[in-house]
Design a protein around this ligand. Structure first.
Ligand SMILES: [Fe+2]
Ligand SMILES: [Fe+2]
Length: 170
């Protein structure tokens, strides 16, 4: 992420302490999305809105890949129908993400799509937290291996994204 776009709320690589608690990792992402969404919704400054939007798009992209590739498959048995529902919602959000990533983010159409993305995302993360996480906690699974797998997947993804943007700059 460009330093000149820094709003002090980056999606950072994980601290060591959270790796064996995957739900904490996901909650941290959710709370950051909430904070950025709030800032986006309550700001009139076009530059701040664009910075927030970029951070939301990048953070959500990484968060969704980790959930789809590692978290959802590992916990699917707890409630397969609910996980299928979450995966459907991700597809809708991914469409919006892809469209927004190709836009300059200061046009009225982008504003409308960002609002749609934020509404869908806030509802989705609320449902993950309120309806799924408690079920998962009651199942008393060993979460440490899932957390390690998620952290490794995410580190690899961020590394690959950095390589791609490095190459694009050259
Ligand atoms: Fe999700
Ligand atoms: Fe999530």
């Amino acid at each position: 992420m460009d330093n000149d776009n820094d709003t002090g709320q980056e999606f950072e690589p994980r601290g060591v302490q959270a790796i064996d608690r995957p739900l904490d990792m996901l909650l941290k992402d959710h709370n950051l999305v909430r904070k950025l969404a709030d800032k986006w919704l309550n700001s009139d400054d076009i530059d701040i809105k664009k910075q927030c939007a970029r951070q939301i798009l990048q953070g959500l992209h990484t968060h969704s890949r980790v959930e789809e590739s590692v978290f959802y498959p590992d916990v699917r048995d707890i409630d397969p129908a609910m996980i299928a529902h979450f995966e459907q919602e991700h597809l809708k959000v991914d469409d919006l993400l892809a469209t927004l990533q190709g836009m300059t983010l200061d046009e009225p159409q982008a504003d409308r799509l960002m609002r749609e993305l934020i509404t869908a995302t806030l509802r989705h993360i609320e449902q993950e937290e309120k309806e799924f996480f408690p079920k998962l906690e009651r199942a008393h699974m060993d979460m440490a291996p899932i957390g390690l797998e998620m952290a490794a997947f995410e580190a690899n993804l961020i590394h690959m994204q950095a390589q791609v943007s490095d190459r694009a700059r050259k």
